[in-house]
Design a protein around this ligand. Structure first.
Ligand SMILES: [Fe+2]
Ligand SMILES: [Fe+2]
Length: 132
């Protein structure tokens, strides 16, 4: 299980809430494997996670544009790579490969790492442009 802690805060309320939701969806996905909800439950959760990732990345990227954030390009590329990875795992799942555990480990690591190394960097910039 992954937990959101205040040290992961980017000091923008809307974004912190999205990160919490994102982590919740990831945990739901693992729970669906632990309780052997079967392939379709895992599929459903992975779909929900992918949709939420899209929405969340679009939110961050909207503010990058609005506030002319200098680190945007590198950051957006990292979002794209994450989505590609998720889609790859989804295809593997559809082919019947058991990749849920690997996928969770990947997504959980990615999320925490991305939060600390990339998302944390825009917090101050967003605050300076009036977003809290
Ligand atoms: Fe984020
Ligand atoms: Fe991000």
């Amino acid at each position: 299980m992954l937990t959101w802690t205040p040290e992961l805060s980017v000091h923008v309320r809307e974004i912190d809430e999205q990160h919490q939701k994102f982590i919740g969806l990831l945990n739901d996905l693992t729970a669906s494997i632990d309780h052997d909800g079967g392939k379709s439950a895992a599929d459903e959760h992975l779909g929900a996670l992918e949709d939420y990732a899209l929405l969340h990345f679009a939110t961050e990227e909207k503010y990058f544009e609005k506030f002319g954030y200098p680190g945007a390009q590198e950051h957006v590329e990292e979002h794209r790579r994450m989505l590609d990875q998720l889609r790859g795992y989804r295809r593997d799942l559809e082919r019947g490969e058991d990749v849920i555990g690997v996928m969770f480990a990947f997504a959980a690591n990615w999320l925490v790492d991305h939060l600390r190394k990339m998302d944390m960097k825009y917090g101050q910039w967003f605050n300076d442009h009036g977003l809290f």
